[in-house]
Design a protein around this ligand. Structure first.
Ligand code: S3P
Length: 176
């Protein structure tokens, strides 16, 4: 498979539980590319868990750390899985809009996402939150994902098909 290097880095966006990390990791491995999960990068550089960062500094500060970290990883990695809330920050949105790299939105029906994330202690914006609260968050973000993404891929289909679609999109397009 011929990977067009000028496409890189490729940025994956989408709600919590959409599968950005799983798909990104697998895609990177298949194409011999480097991968980073932005949350994991933040956890490692700050030496604190995501819930600890939320608790200690608040979500607003987390969004600033997130953007700073995004700017760092963008120079170092080929495939980047962002956190689902990156579109909450106007500055991150503007930044993502300004970089000329493919932004891929991974999505699934809300109920599927909710089932995947509702019991995850590592996700303060989902854990212990009721269905409607998280659903409202999803729809609030939906239009933002839509606004900045080049394409939307569903992760509610067999994994291989999602990967295949991503491969086709990336390798067929050389306009970046
Ligand atoms: C968040 C999503 C998380 C993580 C943090 C906040 C959100 O990333 O950045 O818990 O507000 O949607 P994932 O999308 O990888 O779960």
């Amino acid at each position: 498979m011929l990977m067009i290097k000028s496409n890189l880095p490729i940025i994956l966006i989408g709600f919590m539980g959409s599968g950005k990390t799983t798909i990104g990791q697998e895609f990177a491995q298949l194409n011999d590319l480097t991968f980073v999960d932005l949350d994991r990068y933040i956890v490692e550089t700050m030496n604190l868990s995501i819930p600890e960062i939320f608790e200690r500094y608040g979500e607003k500060e987390f969004r600033k750390i997130e953007l700073k970290s995004l700017k760092e990883v963008i120079k170092k990695y080929d495939i980047i899985a962002t956190g689902g809330g990156i579109v909450e920050s106007e500055r991150s949105l503007n930044y993502l809009n300004s970089i000329n790299h493919p932004i891929i939105w991974i999505d699934a029906p809300f109920d599927t996402l909710y089932t995947r994330i509702k019991n995850d202690k590592n996700r303060p914006n989902a854990f212990g939150q009721n269905y409607n609260t998280v659903k409202n968050l999803y729809f609030k973000r939906y239009s933002r994902y839509n606004e900045i993404a080049f394409i939307k891929l569903s992760s509610n289909i067999p994994f291989d098909r999602t990967l295949n679609e991503l491969n086709q999109f990336i390798n067929a397009d050389d306009q970046y």
